[in-house]
Write a protein that binds this ligand. Sequence first.
Ligand code: PEP
Length: 260
Amino acid sequence: MKPKLVVGNWKMNKSFDDAQDLIIDIQDALKDKKLQTEVILCPPFVYMELLTDIAEEEDSQFYAGAQNCSEHESGAYTGEISAEMLASMGVEFCIVGHSERRKYFGEDNHTIAQKINLLLKNDVVPIVCCGEQLEERKNGQHTEVVKKQIEESLFHLKPSEFERVIIAYEPVWAIGTGETATPAQTQEMHAFIRSLIEKKYGTEMAYNTYILYGGSCNAKNAVDLFMQQDVDGGLIGGASLKAADFVSIIEAGETVIKDN
Ligand code: PEP
């Protein structure tokens, strides 16, 4: 098993002071641990510098990530943040294609592909979200939906580009609902995604690609999810907003790796 990766997506939460406290609390809790699990924190843009300042320190246990970027390179796009700006601030990762952006901001696979291209061009690693709606799962369409999302947003990439991408499977019905996909459902979809990668880019790429699970992952269910063979870690929303909960999920990653 590869070491796990745990990503915290804070979404639109926290004041400046609370954000600062959370970063410090996580940093303190992880300080003396020799972690194999990699950790990425994705705060709102306005707090990014709080994070990059710490993330650049030698003993930092986490990397700085963003929650989104513009599909445009630069120019007259009021309010937008470009991939190049993120890179210039030391941001190394960026979530793209989150279901909330698909739903509330009309992002489609084509927009997501443009963002991925710009992130890669600027050496920022895209964390690309995919996942089906509840209706789609009930109708047995979940694998088809995820296949289309992955093919349309990612499979135009050359192998040298694709190898720098992280995928997050996030069933929409599990995000923020408290209803987690079962370990078996998660493993089934992750194995399916890996098989798509294998067909397109070969066995080694399929093995090496990180595929995270997201959707009401918490301190209680993280071990069972992370134990699944094709689950390489988690993208964590609600449970990343409290240091103790988030650190427990990171510890779940450590437990699974030590036991395997
Ligand atoms: C998310 O927003 O990516 C997410 C997984 O949220 P939650 O953990 O709150 O379900």
